[in-house]
Ligand binder design. Structure first.
Ligand SMILES: *[C@@H]1O[C@H](CO)[C@@H](O)[C@H](O)[C@H]1NC(C)=O
Ligand SMILES: *[C@@H]1O[C@H](CO)[C@@H](O)[C@H](O)[C@H]1NC(C)=O
Length: 362
């Protein structure tokens, strides 16, 4: 094992405590910042710390480089903790969802990047920005689904994080205070999700959107398109199903290779805020929370290190132009443990776009 990220069960327990903002963190070695203490309390020291950067950059086997990411220049530890919005899904829910596996005989390339595999799908390589809102669970889901619409239906479609974030409600968790990735996909099956044009995440008028301090308000569900003459119901895009993928790297790779990007959740430590390039593995700093991102590929470095390739939604002023790599095959920080996705549905596609969508699975 060799990684200090693998004590996943303990971490999940800690995440539940942190996400539910329970008053005490049952004897945890390092106190977890309470995301609710945004104004009066909390840890106001900066998340970007020079001693972390030094530790990483002089570490002989880190495999990655740390830097002052401008995106987090003004973030405190408490604010950073708050944007890590993955709640751990109750086992009673997860155990009902079979994990998808693939035949061992399926041959996979040594290296894969969804951006070059489907170059006509511009959403795959678009880096978004979640703002000061714990909406990562919604971003990674919506982004993966929209990429899959392009891969399977040959359309660039931008879908609405705002619809999912504000309208899924209790079923998905707690909006900007975190949610459950698998429930996002169930929302796509049951309710569908409108286009981003119909219900955009950020608006033009200042503080009416996620990310306004000092509060972190979940947007109100309005079920109305911002664009005149667009009908909410007609803008809905659906998923056929919502499933987990087995944590075996072969199965995760096969799923991406055949169907497109997937949503993954993992544990974030302080050093991750400082990631600039290379293959991330946890080296130093305390646990901050659970985060969800979009997994788009894999490969092996010249030094022989296997990695996953992922798109974050912390804009391009973080990491490697918004992307990062993380060690593959060791369940680093739980990256192989919570993989979820679904297949895009043809429902509404004919009405919205015309053409021959009727033959695809509905
Ligand atoms: C950080 O705050 C300073 C001062 O308020 C501001 O000028 C700068 O644009 C901020 N940086 C970011 C990345 O938000
Ligand atoms: C998606 O948009 C890009 C850039 O605008 C374009 O080059 C590409 O052909 C589009 N793909 C599809 C499937 O329409």
């Amino acid at each position: 094992m060799g990684s200090n990220c693998v004590q996943r069960r303990l971490l999940l327990l800690a995440l539940i405590i942190s996400c539910a903002a329970a008053p005490q963190a049952a004897g945890a070695a390092k106190p977890i910042p309470n995301p609710d203490l945004t104004v009066e309390g909390g840890d106001h020291s900066r998340i970007i710390q020079n001693d972390i950067i030094r530790t990483i950059n002089k570490h002989p086997n880190a495999g990655w480089t740390a830097a002052q990411n401008p995106y987090f220049a003004n973030y405190t530890i408490t604010q950073f903790n708050h944007i890590l919005g993955v709640k751990s899904t109750p086992w009673s829910v997860l155990s009902d969802i079979p994990a998808k596996t693939y035949s061992r005989s399926l041959e996979l390339p040594k290296e894969f990047d969804a951006r070059s595999a489907w170059p006509h799908c511009s959403t795959i390589g678009t880096i978004l920005d979640q703002g000061h809102c714990g909406s990562c669970w919604a971003f990674a889901a919506v982004e993966s689904l929209q990429d899959r619409f392009c891969i399977h239906f040959d359309r660039n479609i931008s879908l609405s994080v705002n619809d999912l974030l504000s309208c899924c409600g209790f079923m998905c968790g707690d909006g900007c205070d975190g949610g459950y990735p698998i429930m996002a996909w169930r929302y796509f099956v049951r309710n569908g999700v409108v286009t981003n044009e119909c219900d955009p995440y950020f608006d033009q008028t200042g503080c009416q959107h996620p990310g306004c301090e000092p509060a972190y308000p979940t947007p109100v569900c309005e079920k109305k398109c911002k664009v005149k003459n667009q009908a909410w119901r007609e803008k809905k895009h659906f998923s056929v199903n919502a499933y987990r993928v087995s944590s075996d790297p072969h199965d995760i790779m096969a799923e991406i290779y055949k169907n497109g990007p997937v949503e993954v959740a993992f544990t974030v430590y302080e050093d991750f805020a400082h990631y600039k390039s290379g293959v991330y593995k946890h080296i130093t700093g305390g646990m901050m929370g659970g985060h969800a991102v979009k997994l788009i590929g894999w490969g092996t470095t010249d030094a022989g290190e296997d990695y996953w390739l992922l798109a974050n939604q912390w804009n391009t002023g973080w990491g490697d132009d918004g992307y990062f790599k993380i060690s593959r095959g060791k369940n680093e920080c739980g990256i192989e443990e919570d993989v979820v996705a679904g297949m895009p549905s043809a429902k509404n596609m004919v009405r919205s776009y015309g053409g021959a969508f009727g033959t695809a699975a509905a």
